[in-house]
Write a protein of this length. Sequence first.
Length: 359
Amino acid sequence: MRIATILLVALVWLSASLTTTAAPVENVLLVSWDGLRWQELFGGADARLLTPEAKANENAAEVKEEFWADSPEARREILLPWFWGTLAKEGQVYGHAESGSPSVVTNGLNFSYPGYSEILTGSVDPKIDSNAKKNNVNVTVLEWLNQQPGFEGSVAAFASWDVFPYIINAERSGIPVNAGWMPLTVSNDPEHLRFLNQISDETPHYWGGIRFDFTTFHGAVEYVKARKPRLLYVAFGETDDWAHDKRYDMYLASARRTDDYVRRLWELLQSMPQYAGKTALVMTTDHGRGDTIDDWTGHGAKVVGSERIWMALYGAGIPAKGLVKNAPTTQAQVAATVAHLLGKDFLQANPEAAAPVKP
Ligand SMILES: [Zn+2]
């Protein structure tokens, strides 16, 4: 072959390999919804919990009127209109076991601290067996990326639950973690920030160390506008707390509100040149819950089925596959997936981490 022919073949091969390997994105938004069941994610409101007998609603008839439709597809769109109307159509959803894609927690405990540690570190530390406020000895993907060139000081977290500074080990990692009832401190608009802190503080401190999600959402919005982090983690909490309180009406309302918070965060990012077309969204939950009218409120090692979770990928670098079939996933894959989307290999930091989900 003449040199020109060899060059041409090489060029064709190079461009083909470039188009089949997704280019890394520049930013990732990682979102978790505490304890939102796969049952509601894939099927919308659960008929068994909308009856007066379930004693899960202040007014079962009104709740049914608001959230019911005959098919699971219609019900889930009523509950999570952005997730099913936009994300699922243009992105990827994992966790539908009936389609051969179960998504599971592997820590065996099915409650929050072990779940968030599995999500963020990519592996299971059996010594993490409570929700106690103890600094995580394991390095999260947030901490590791924060040390990589181009990411320094560009990682942040907002969370409703006040244990997150320990899960992320804010002290050692240096990652700003705004959580629980901590005041918001970053905004381009000090007057707006002052008002947000005032109304947040004036809401009932209903669950002790857990604030309502609206503060977490607005804090994240202000932080994005002011600091433009390349990796932002937002951990919503209310779905879990309303479920523990046996308030299915509030659980559903909270899920729908969170869906809208994620839409608004995503649309804000797409309105900013740093993020538009260069950002991926990774979304999941820390655990499932029980599947019966008696145990849907709870979760844990002894609650059957509460190891079942879901995850979703959306945005730049994520081909539209909708409900992904025959692709089992685990909670431990989330950490390496976040790094992989950014063009990094998290297994270099934690060789025990589960492999990334390659979209
Ligand atoms: Zn819980």
